[in-house]
Ligand binder design. Structure first.
Ligand code: MN
Length: 738
């Protein structure tokens, strides 16, 4: 038991946290700061101070990632570090998977509120581990290491690091488990646990942790990676204090965060127009057929409406009122995850390039309605894959902000959304022969961090190069993934046609892979992404959403014969209606229109196809420049039939030259025809309103849509009132036949 408080001026950490929160509440400013005195008195010293701490964190990350064995961490850098105030507010961050910076803040605050200072104690050299979504994390797969930093007897801050694991010991192998429906399926839970002292991880913890996951090597080295980075940060902070003095440090950490808050306000005023912005996003959970557990057998469509107020003083408010409910599925999302997702996107669209810290978090008010998927209030649900709902939901924020940016004239900044960072094909197996016989391999391809970004209002979206949760996205090399998922070698990685959302400026495109099971037994396979509906808020100003995913698996194939005879085998699924799989294989081929599947068992020579996501488009496709359409055809981004149907472009392939030629005259005619078709098919607003309303009143909606509306109507009085007023429905309206 500690008797002497470790906070400043003989106060406890809890008292410090309460004081800090009261100052924000009373003044609206971080720590009640009225001016940035250090910055004003000596801007060079202040900026140097920030840059030196920032440099120390980036260095810590770049060094520590070499300790990790997991290719997710090592190859594409799924880790980040941050430095926090004693109360747990981040003041400076490293590069990397920044979604986690604010999540660790919540974990520190949990320990302070639970009075860890008294029990189990917070001492120099202590090490804490957290992966509980109820205490600030996203999912159990993200594991956080936190250490306190002391100067003399006072706690002056925290260093935190987080990595995404290959496996966290859940109901099935993998890191974003589709089959988890309750807390007990999610894998190991470490709820802000002390796991070490005197800078060393306790042996009993490591013995337990190694036995709790399927990939103990990666777990152990990842723990060492996070601890090493944290220790480097602690050293750098102590060195900083030796140079600048403790008084400077104590003032500096307050000012840096208040400056972060002011920067957000300034950017909002400069780039957006005050007012109310709204967008809606959706995610499909086709679990009626997929789920094993009887109560999970429900087909759901998640409602993810968002309302943003941009205020005249440059602050923002985000309101998720109307979101549908949680359920026996892994896509339930805690507040920590919502905060993390929001924060990382703000750093990309409004506060990039300057002080990136929790100042931005304090500049935004938010409402996550209790009892909805984004704040279920039930720790016993599964939170294993909250990304399923979170990723689509925040496309609505991108779209709302894009309307503001467009209105202010920042057309190049517009991003109507992004590809779904999904189809993380997952699972694993055991090598059945060779030098690794009996060893487990894990399928954990992290190509998902290279998705298509939405188009802007002046150019096409970025191809295969964006992840909403990691501003440093990188899809990684096939060879690296094969090193640890050796039981499922790639047969190809190729551009997948027609993934990019159409538009005057098209969304980012993407690719697909084909892989085959080899030299293995006991193989589980599953995956998840948007399938039956477009995820997210779609395109903008006439642009289309990107294409949705689907599932293609071939079992009982004749690949052994094909390989023996050196014959042709499928390397793509460019045209699913005339597929290579069907043409070249003798096999039991399964095609599902949805992409999220529960695990299936695969055997050697079974094959899978998996496609990454494109991004949404911007503007009317008929306005796309013809040379851009030709380039799309030449590069295999689109197929000629879609170009004809959507862009109104008639093109012929010149086999001798190996390129496409656009028939100008026929194209003019085709565009005229499309415009005529549009006129004929279109209806007036009044007609459209009545047509849509009749679906509600005549109960013509599908079961998942009815369930979605009835949940939203039941969970939010505010949303219900607006829904009923808009559609002019009777006060006692109920969604029938849900
Ligand atoms: Mn993660």
């Amino acid at each position: 038991m500690n008797t002497k408080p470790i906070g400043w001026e003989k106060s406890s950490l809890n008292e410090m946290l309460q004081k800090s929160e009261k100052l924000i509440e009373d003044t609206g400013r971080y720590y009640g700061l009225e001016k940035l005195s250090l910055k004003k008195d000596n801007p060079f010293r202040y900026e140097r101070a920030y840059a030196s701490l920032r440099g120390a964190l980036v260095t810590a990350r770049e060094t520590a990632l070499h300790i990790a064995a997991s290719p997710i961490v090592k190859e594409i850098g799924e880790l980040c570090f941050a430095l926090y105030t004693p109360e747990g507010d981040s003041l400076v961050v490293s590069t990397g998977i920044l979604v986690h910076v604010h999540t660790m803040s919540e974990a520190i605050k949990f320990m302070i509120r639970e009075d860890y200072e008294q029990d189990p104690g917070i001492n120099p050299g202590d090490i804490f581990l957290n992966n509980d979504p109820q205490t600030g994390n996203v999912h159990t797969t993200d594991v956080q290491t936190l250490i306190p930093i002391f100067w003399d007897d006072e706690l002056i801050g925290w260093a935190g690091g987080v990595t995404h694991q290959v496996d966290a010991g859940g109901i099935t192998p993998g890191h974003d488990l589709v089959a988890a429906i309750q807390r007990f399926d999610d894998g190991m839970y470490y709820t802000c646990r002390k796991i070490g002292s005197n800078d060393a991880i306790w042996k009993d913890h490591m013995i337990n942790a190694r036995r709790s996951v399927r990939t103990p090597l990666y777990w152990e080295l990842d723990e060492k990676c996070r601890l090493a980075g944290n220790l480097m940060i602690r050293d750098a902070v102590l060195e900083f204090i030796k140079q600048e003095g403790i008084d400077y440090y104590k003032k500096f950490i307050r000012e840096a965060i208040e400056e972060g808050r002011l920067i957000l306000q300034k950017r909002v005023k400069e780039r957006l127009i005050p007012g109310r912005y709204r967008a809606a996003a959706f995610f499909d959970l086709p679990l009626k057929e997929e789920a094993w557990q009887p109560r999970a057998k429900v087909n759901k469509l998640t409602n993810e409406p968002l309302e943003i107020y941009v205020k005249e003083d440059g602050t923002l408010s985000l309101d998720f009122e109307g979101c549908s409910g949680p359920g026996p599925n892994p896509m339930n999302c805690g507040i920590g995850a919502m905060e993390g997702g929001q924060w990382v996107l703000l750093t990309q669209v409004l506060i990039y390039g300057d002080k990136v810290n929790d100042g931005a978090y304090f500049g935004v008010q938010k409402n996550y309605p209790l009892g909805s998927w984004c704040n279920p209030g039930d720790p016993y649900l599964s939170y294993q894959s909250p990304w399923g709902n979170l990723i689509p939901a925040y496309t609505a924020m991108m779209k709302c902000i894009s309307y503001g940016l467009f209105s202010r004239g920042y057309r190049e900044e517009v991003i109507p959304g992004y590809g779904f960072t999904g189809d993380a094909i997952q699972g694993g197996g055991i090598y059945s022969s060779g030098p690794l016989e009996g060893d487990r391999w894990a399928l954990s391809t992290f190509e998902i961090s290279g998705q298509g970004l939405g188009a802007s209002a002046v150019r096409d979206g970025l191809d295969w190069g964006y992840a909403m949760w990691n501003p440093e996205s990188d899809l990684g090399d096939v060879e690296t993934w094969e090193l640890f998922q050796g039981g499922i070698p790639y047969l190809s990685r190729k551009i997948k046609p027609n993934t990019a959302g159409h538009g005057k400026y098209r969304g980012g495109a993407n690719y697909a892979g084909v892989a085959m099971i080899a030299n293995s037994e006991d193989v589980d396979f599953f995956g998840a992404r948007d399938g039956l509906v477009f995820h997210g808020a779609g395109g903008m100003h006439g642009g289309y959403p990107h294409s949705t995913g689907y599932r293609l698996i071939a079992k009982n194939t004749n690949m052994k014969d094909i390989i023996d005879k050196q014959e042709e085998y499928p390397i793509e699924d460019a045209d699913p209606s005339n597929g290579q799989f069907e043409k070249l294989l003798q096999a039991d081929i399964t095609r599902k229109p949805w992409a999220s599947i529960y695990p299936v068992m695969l055997e050697n020579y079974d094959m899978v196809h998996f496609a990454m996501s494109g991004g949404p488009g911007y503007g009317d496709p008929l306005e796309r420049k013809l040379e851009s359409v030709k380039k799309d055809l030449d590069e295999g981004i689109y197929t000629p039939d879609l170009v004809f149907n959507i862009y109104g472009v008639v093109a012929d392939y010149d086999h001798n030259k190996g390129e496409w030629f656009i028939n100008q005259e026929a194209t003019e005619e085709r565009k005229k025809e499309i415009r005529k078709e549009r006129k004929e098919k279109s209806m007036s607003f009044d007609e459209f309103f009545e047509y849509e309303k009749s679906k509600l009143t005549k109960s013509e909606l599908s079961a998942p849509v009815k369930l979605m509306y009835s949940e939203s109507l039941g969970l939010s009085e505010k949303w219900r009132k607006e829904f009923i007023e808009f559609w002019n429905l009777p006060e006692n309206f109920q969604m029938e036949g849900k």
